[in-house]
Design a protein around this ligand. Structure first.
Ligand code: ATP
Ligand code: MG
Length: 434
């Protein structure tokens, strides 16, 4: 046998029945976006490396150690598999002067790539849903974006408070961060001995990043660090309060976490994360915030923006953890074909039903004709179908098919005319769960 090839470590295949959970989640997301007026954008998976270096910040986990970067061997261009979605969307709206007529609300769904150590909830190819509102100063839009995620939790049956919690912070404006930065450097310098290598390296390049550490040993020194919140001016505080008051008015509980900084440098003012205790260390399901400087920083005309990214694998793990499953994808009917039944008539009938929206599964015949009725009924039952459509040679000759209920509440077995499927097709859909 030829040698088998394997998928790349940390990059997963998504096969049925698992793929049905993905499609279900995606349909919930698309319905959510429609409700809030967010339009779909699709940008390339490969972008110039520079986009992420300039966009996310050189001293970030992603740019320092997680990017899949390579040289295009055909022309020497430096390319990167996108590690996140925002930078590419900003590049696209700049390139197409897309904010020319005013603000835009956009969303994307797609794969992202980070060279991390694969583990539960952390992969090298993973998928994000992201929403971005560009050209709006907020804070109403900041609140809207947070409320959208809360609405998604509700749509999926996830409880806010017990299953997921909202953490909120404000990173203020660059000049406010500068004053905080000095205090931060002073604090960490006076505790040099408590810093790990990463922190020491970042002390003078990007001390705010130190607050984002995942090293438990660093927690005390991070805990006692000066809080950015104490350095915010009136305007920044007013923005933060406005976001909070919308959340209060709608009744979405949150915790102010003054240490929440997020992993990218582009954020200012509002930042937030939706976290869960049910996925161990991979507890952040969704994170986002305002990034008013990024559009200009990437060469566009200055415009404010705010958005979030949600990890779909983590959300699906959480749903599984909570026992939340999509409705059954079972067919409405399963066609059982007896030996001798004319296949053309069977297929024409099945096609007529499908044409009317009935989900019909048909067991393909083998080399020697149809499988035994017993084996076909077993498959019909396993398919979860409500009905079996039994095509026997005599019945088909008489222009009929038997509709046999396979589980409770399906009514009596009846013979139906195959020449007039329109008169009974809808009955087959009556037990479908959606
Ligand atoms: P973490 O702190 O867990 O590394 P992050 O801050 O790097 O997450 P973001 O860059 O904010 O994550 O991405 C948004 C969301 O994408 C995360 O909250 C998470 O749900 C998901 N995510 C990020 N990295 C991965 C990954 N390697 N595998 C699976 N999901 C991921
Ligand atoms: Mg990360």
């Amino acid at each position: 046998m030829a040698e088998q090839l394997k998928a790349i470590k940390g990059m997963n295949d998504i096969l049925p029945p698992e793929s049905a959970r993905w499609e279900w989640l995606e349909s919930k997301v698309r319905a959510l976006m429609a409700r809030y007026g967010y339009q779909n954008v699709r940008t390339p998976i490969v972008e110039p490396t520079d986009l992420f270096v300039r966009g996310l910040g050189e001293v970030t986990d992603i740019v320092e150690k997680e990017m899949y970067s390579f040289e295009d061997s055909l022309n020497g261009d430096k390319l990167t598999l996108r590690p996140e979605g925002t930078a590419g969307v900003v590049r696209a709206i700049n390139e197409h002067t897309f904010l020319y007529e005013g603000g835009k609300r956009l969303y994307y769904i797609g794969p992202m790539f980070r060279h991390e150590r694969p583990q539960k909830g952390r992969y090298r190819q993973f998928h994000q849903v992201g929403a971005e509102a560009m050209g709006f100063h907020g804070p109403d839009v900041d609140a809207e974006l947070i409320l959208m995620v809360a609405a998604l939790w509700k749509d999926l049956g996830i409880q806010i408070g017990s299953d997921v919690r909202l953490q909120l912070n404000s990173l203020g404006q660059p000049q406010e961060r500068l004053a905080h930065r000095q205090a931060l450097v002073q604090h960490f310098e006076s505790h040099q001995d408590l810093l790990d290598d990463d922190a020491r390296r970042r002390l003078h390049s990007n001390p705010l990043r130190i607050l984002d550490t995942k090293n438990p040993a660093m927690q005390p020194v991070v805990e006692s660090a000066p809080k950015l919140m104490d350095f915010l001016g009136e305007e920044s505080l007013a923005h933060f309060d406005a976001v909070r008051s919308v959340l209060d008015a709608v009744g979405i509980p949150y915790e102010v976490n003054t240490r929440l900084v997020r992993g990218m440098d582009y954020y200012n003012l509002t930042v937030f994360e939706w976290v869960t205790d049910r996925l161990g260390a991979q507890g952040t399901v969704c994170g986002g915030g305002r990034y008013d400087g990024l559009i200009e920083q990437l060469g566009g005309k200055s415009a404010p923006a705010v958005g979030w990214g949600l990890g779909m694998e983590r959300l699906l793990l959480l749903l599984q953890e909570l026992g939340i499953e999509p409705p059954s994808a079972a067919p409405d009917a399963f066609a059982v074909v007896m030996a001798g039944a004319p296949l053309a008539a069977v297929l024409a009938t099945v096609e007529g039903l499908r044409d009317r929206g009935v989900h019909v599964q048909l067991n393909p015949a083998g080399k020697d004709g149809p499988a035994s009725p017993k084996s076909q009924f077993k498959k019909a039952d396993a398919s979860g179908a409500q009905y079996a459509l039994v095509f026997g040679p005599d019945e088909v000759a008489a222009g009929q098919v038997s509709v046999k209920p396979l589980r409770g509440e399906g009514g009596q077995q009846t013979a139906r005319p195959i020449a007039d499927v329109a008169s009974w097709a809808d009955e087959l859909k009556a037990y479908r769960r959606s």
